[in-house]
Design a protein around this ligand. Structure first.
Ligand SMILES: [Zn+2]
Length: 443
């Protein structure tokens, strides 16, 4: 085998198009620069494919080459021929198939390799490894994802008997005026539709309204929509309406995750009230225990707490009757949700209702009203025996995306990233090699 050809192909260049002129190694940086020149006999016009004759100039162009072996960074200096085309009657730059059509400072191989890396890890990590500026990588990642999204079609036999819809918080837009009132902050959300059978995000849309979920559902073929047996949503009326409208054969359910979310919200409302009371009474112990940063003590499993946290917790429930009652209510409600049939769920809920009324805690009475309103859908959840592990897992994955530096300000880019990481829009599900260009494979 010709080692030069192998080297060129491994770097992502068509060996019949270029010859190596020189190279330079920077050992400490594990990087190399390779100067290559186009072969006169293979130079062709990019528009009409006629041979190019004459030499107007050799245009110097620096390209990112694919990482090769021990060398993580490979810079390619290409001497590209500009000459005359007999058909176009113009001077043309000879075409080079290995230059990426949309990112002219990259070889197609570099774009494909780093593009696949960015499906798995952060752009910042790829920037550190390759030295390529993050902004270029970011644009490449967006471009690839958008191309894949455009070309990908969901198979009509996609398994989706169990679906779930959920919103994730994207970002909060603070008004420009200093110290603006928190109520004027705009919270932006994205709604994701998940196939629980596959544990993948199938589609998504901006916002968290009825229209958002309708838009998600309309992106999937009608055959799939009609095959959905259960669709879990949160307790927003908008989602319920959208699901009932567009999934004619589905039981709309409210899953445990969302019920418990609301329960914790009720508890937090109570904690805030007690915190204010403690401040008014200047009760130092309770002010300390009820502050927002100590919330975890009350919701954590007791065996996970440190010895001193446990002691403080015991003291708190002795001195604060409302907090004590609320914690008992929460524990009991969990046991009601553990029921595996509708009959015992109803019995448990009836008992719990009495406890809530006896407690006189308004936040829990409000939560009870919500539960009663959604009771048929919670019962559908109990009988579906669906776990919430999948939607919780996906939500956690999305939160990680947000944390590791995908603080996307642009909704489309964040939606695409979710579909790439948690769905089908990636090279595991789509053959990107053959779609946009030819990446030479050495053989
Ligand atoms: Zn031409």
């Amino acid at each position: 085998m010709d080692i030069t050809k192998l080297l060129l192909a491994t770097l992502g260049m068509q060996p019949e198009q270029v010859t190596i002129e020189s190279y330079e190694l920077e050992e400490e940086k594990l990087s190399a620069t390779l100067v290559v020149r186009q072969r006169r006999e293979s130079c062709r016009c990019p528009d009409c494919n006629e041979p190019i004759y004459g030499v107007k100039q050799w245009r110097k162009r620096t390209l990112w080459g694919a990482p090769l072996g021990a060398l993580l960074r490979f810079k390619i200096v290409l001497l590209q021929l500009q000459g005359a085309c007999g058909r176009c009657l113009k001077h043309r730059l000879s075409k080079a198939e290995f230059i990426h059509p949309a990112f002219k400072q990259m070889t197609t191989a570099f774009a494909e390799v780093t593009g696949r890396w960015m499906e798995e890890t952060t752009i910042a990590a790829v920037e550190r490894m390759t030295g390529c500026p993050g902004m270029s990588l970011w644009r490449l990642d967006q471009w690839r994802t958008a191309q894949m999204k455009k070309r990908f079609e969901l198979p009509t036999d996609l398994p989706m008997r169990f679906a779930s819809a959920d919103e994730v918080h994207m970002r909060t837009v603070k008004p420009v005026e200093a110290r603006a009132d928190r109520s004027t902050w705009k919270r932006k959300f994205i709604t994701n539709l998940v196939s629980c059978d596959l544990a993948k995000v199938i589609s998504n849309a901006s916002g968290r309204s009825s229209r958002s979920l309708q838009s998600c559902l309309k992106q999937i073929p009608e055959e799939i929509r009609n095959g959905i047996k259960f669709i879990a949503v949160d307790m927003h009326d908008g989602f319920i309406k959208a699901a009932e409208k567009l999934c004619p054969n589905a039981n709309v359910t409210v899953d445990r995750f969302h019920v418990v979310q609301n329960l914790h919200h009720a508890f937090d409302g109570l904690r805030k009230g007690e915190y204010e009371k403690a401040k008014a009474a200047n009760d130092k112990f309770q002010i300390d225990m009820l502050r927002p940063s100590k919330k975890y003590i009350m919701v954590a499993r007791k065996r996970d707490l440190s010895k001193s946290d446990q002691r403080h917790f015991e003291k708190l429930i002795q001195v604060n009757q409302n907090i004590n009652s609320a914690l008992i209510l929460i524990e009991y409600f969990h046991s009601v949700l553990d029921k595996t049939d509708v009959k015992s769920f109803r019995e448990g809920l009836a008992l719990w209702e009495d406890l809530v009324k006896a407690s006189g805690l308004s936040q829990f009475e409000k939560f009870l009203a919500t539960v009663k309103k959604h009771q048929p859908r919670i019962e559908a959840y109990i009988s579906s025996k669906l776990t919430t592990a999948i939607s919780e897992g996906i939500n956690n994955k999305i939160k990680v995306l947000k944390r590791v530096g995908y603080t996307y300000t642009n909704e489309t880019s964040f939606k695409n990233k979710i579909l790439q990481r948690c769905g089908f829009i990636n090279s595991h599900n789509i053959d990107t090699t053959g779609w946009f260009w030819h990446v030479p494979i050495p053989h």
